[in-house]
Design a binder for this molecule. Sequence first.
Ligand code: CUA
Length: 323
Amino acid sequence: MTSLSFDFLPAASTSADRFVAFFNHQFMPVATLVFVGTIGAAIYFAFRYKRKREGEETPYIPHDYRIEFTSVFLVSVVVAIMWWIGWSDYYEDISPKPNEYEINVIGQQWSWQIQYAHGKSLVNELYVPAGRPVHLVMTSKDVLHSFFVPAFRVKQDTVPGQFTSLRFTPTKPGVYDLFCAEYCGTSHAGMIGSVTVLAQDDFQKWVDGTYKAPAKGAATGVAAPQLTMAEQGATIYRSKQCITCHTVDGNRLVGPSFKGFFGSERELVNGEKVVANENYVRESLMDPMKKVVKGYPPAMPTYRGMLSDEEVNQLVAYLKSLK
Ligand code: CUA
């Protein structure tokens, strides 16, 4: 059935491979069968039951429960199977993988800002290693945007005031389109970028600033910045006075220590338990009274309006580094 393939887009991720396989080998044959069957039956009946002469009476045809039940049952089974394939592919897409390469993305009117762990920021240019799972931790500065890479068959909204995740594993080195797929204002259509997939050793060179793109010849890598994202976060930790109430060595001050904090389970004053993830950190910075940890006074001031989205990402990177 591969003759029914519609490969009009490059497929450059494991998600895209699964999507194309499903579309070409399951969805298209079934859709073709249903189309031909329905239209064929309509044409056949149009001739079979055509009124042949003036005054001919229409035959009275009662319904048949066996045919009705069978057809509804068969269609339900086919739909259920398709749902199952779609759901398991989707579940595979969104599940965390070991050894993920994490990158921060911030949508804004009308560009994508991309923050790398090694400290550099780029606009509208995402570089990712081939063959390694990538995890984008995304947010927005203003309105809803949607991060869409057709060649990867993945798309995820970015939401102001919240972190969302997008996961994919690129397979083929190359340059692919990046679009915003949520109408976000005047220049929505211009919110376009590129995703460059590099082989793993090229990607390492790119991080080190020594990568030479084949066409350009000159080194286009990002020169190693002075500070990594975690180090930038450490600077904020000191300059914004987090250091006054939170240690990084496990000792208790006014607030809990940040050592081993990220990813740990926190018990709140109301007995509820939460995991200290990106969204929890942001909420605690902007709305500190909402989820106070048990055994500590509600003494934290809000940082609303005092930290940019980039700085929140840098702080999170720093917290992650405090194992
Ligand atoms: Cu951003 Cu459309």
